[in-house]
Design a protein around this ligand. Structure first.
Ligand SMILES: [Fe+2]
Length: 156
């Protein structure tokens, strides 16, 4: 079997890089969703949600960087153009959403989609014995599941 400088299977690493790029693209769309909600939210929950969405896009920005740098560590090339992001992304795109319930539902829909991709990566990294990617995915999944619980609790 041919291996990378990290000692990982080359083919499995390539598959992982592709899936990590899918996650990166989807995170960028999620980031932009959270930005849009931070800007456009209206109503009695404005202050609470305006701040919450800022927390979400700040967190997404950090994770985007971690994903891209993991791709580079695996000797891949991170996607970085809007064109590539929109062609790969499955996260629902929210436009001009100002209603609080609709906004929270968009976050829930986005996070659910990200979780699916992260679980696929978790399986692939497990298979490839890539502990670095595997533990990163475990952290992301646990955090996002907790956020999903809280967003669902907010909806009542
Ligand atoms: Fe702001």
């Amino acid at each position: 079997m041919s291996t990378t400088i990290l000692g990982l299977d080359k083919q499995k690493t390539e598959n992982l890089v592709n899936e990590l790029n899918t996650l990166l693209a989807n995170f960028q769309v999620y980031y932009q969703n959270a930005r849009g909600l931070h800007w456009n939210i209206k109503g009695k929950n404005f202050f609470e949600l305006h701040m919450k969405f800022e927390e979400f896009y700040t967190d997404a920005q950090e994770k985007v960087d971690l994903i891209a740098e993991r791709i580079l560590t695996l000797q891949g090339t991170p996607l970085h153009t809007f064109e590539d992001y929109t062609s790969v992304s499955r996260v629902p795109v929210g436009k001009n959403i100002s209603n609080d319930v609709e906004a929270v539902k968009l976050i829930i829909g986005s996070l659910s989609e990200l979780l699916k991709i992260e679980r696929t990566i978790l399986d692939l990294s497990d298979e490839a014995e890539d502990e670095g990617t595997n533990s990163m995915m475990s952290d992301f999944i646990a955090e996002q599941e907790k956020t999903l619980w809280m967003m669902n609790a907010w909806l009542g």
